[in-house]
Design a protein around this ligand. Structure first.
Ligand code: NAD
Length: 256
């Protein structure tokens, strides 16, 4: 059981982050949900998880594109035994047309935020004598696809950060790992379908079948629940010697 532990999950009002938050709360962890918005819905979501799982669940607003807000999220959480760096965005465009602002935002949210939260959380984990850092990278941390320069660069960077911090904490009761999912059907994937349709000149179903699931040999989307299960495993004693690793959950994609 993760009772007595506090998990901070960045970007957790939707998709994979929310699924992992639910899984950790389901195992008894107190959870801190996060996004950059500050709506009633955000706080209601935390209350829903608290009631369902009988844990403390809080929503803390912080914009993961800003380093000081990343650090403030961990400070406001007060405790952080499990850190899940999940917040991420995508933009699809050829490199010579890639909007500079989008490049900067993707590098900040998908990569630099994990540096800031890790730096702020490690002292708390050391104080508690236990810690788990789980970085949500991607199959795109190991492979590239055209038109995703910022995302692929950021995700490769997340694997570099994971390995480095894993080595720095190797002798401590802290593990640092990256999960590399293939395609998961979340709002993030839905949102890139229109641009991908444009880039490839295809219709919606054709993009899903020929572009998205083309790279996933299983021809099935990974589910949010499967990733929640892996996060739980990484928090278990059985995973104590797993550190500095990249774990693929991609239906065979990166075997190719
Ligand atoms: P999603 O769009 O469903 O969720 C992203 C979450 O991040 C949302 O809660 C959103 O509010 C939050 N967010 C966005 N910008 C933020 C900011 N500036 N500050 C704080 N929070 C912010 O996306 P998802 O598919 O669940 O993706 C989650 C992570 O998983 C991302 O890092 C993504 O790259 C990675 N991933 C997704 C897939 C996939 O197929 N969906 C595959 C591999 C990796």
């Amino acid at each position: 059981s993760l009772s007595g532990k506090t998990a901070v999950i960045t970007g957790s009002t939707s998709g994979i982050g929310l699924g992992i938050a639910r899984a950790l709360a389901g195992a008894g962890a107190d959870v801190v949900l996060n996004s950059f918005t500050d709506g009633d819905d955000d706080h209601a979501l935390a209350q829903e998880i608290a009631a369902e799982c009988n844990v403390t669940a809080r929503y803390i607003q912080a914009d993961m594109s800003k380093g000081d807000e990343c650090r403030a999220l961990i400070e406001r959480a007060g405790r952080c035994d499990i850190l899940v760096n999940n917040a991420g965005i995508q933009h699809v465009a050829p490199v010579d047309e890639f909007p500079v602002g989008k490049w900067d935002a993707i590098i900040a949210i998908n990569l630099s935020s994990a540096f800031h939260t890790t730096a702020a959380a490690l002292p708390l984990m050391r104080k508690a004598g236990w810690g788990r850092i789980i970085n949500i990278a991607s199959a795109h941390g190991l492979r590239a696809s055209p038109f995703k320069s910022a995302y692929v660069a950021a995700k490769h960077g997340v694997l570099g950060l994971t390995k480095t911090v894993g080595l720095e904490t190797a002798k401590e009761p802290v593990t640092v790992n990256a999960i590399c999912p293939g395609y998961v059907h979340t709002p993030l994937v839905d949102a890139q379908i229109p641009d991908t349709m444009k880039q490839y000149g295809m219709g919606r179903d054709e993009v899903i079948e020929k572009v998205i699931l083309e790279r996933q040999p299983s021809k099935e989307f990974v589910t949010v629940d499967e990733l929640g299960g892996l996060a739980l495993f990484l928090c278990s004693d059985a995973a104590a010697q797993m550190t500095a690793s990249a774990i693929s959950v991609d239906g065979g994609w990166t075997a190719m």
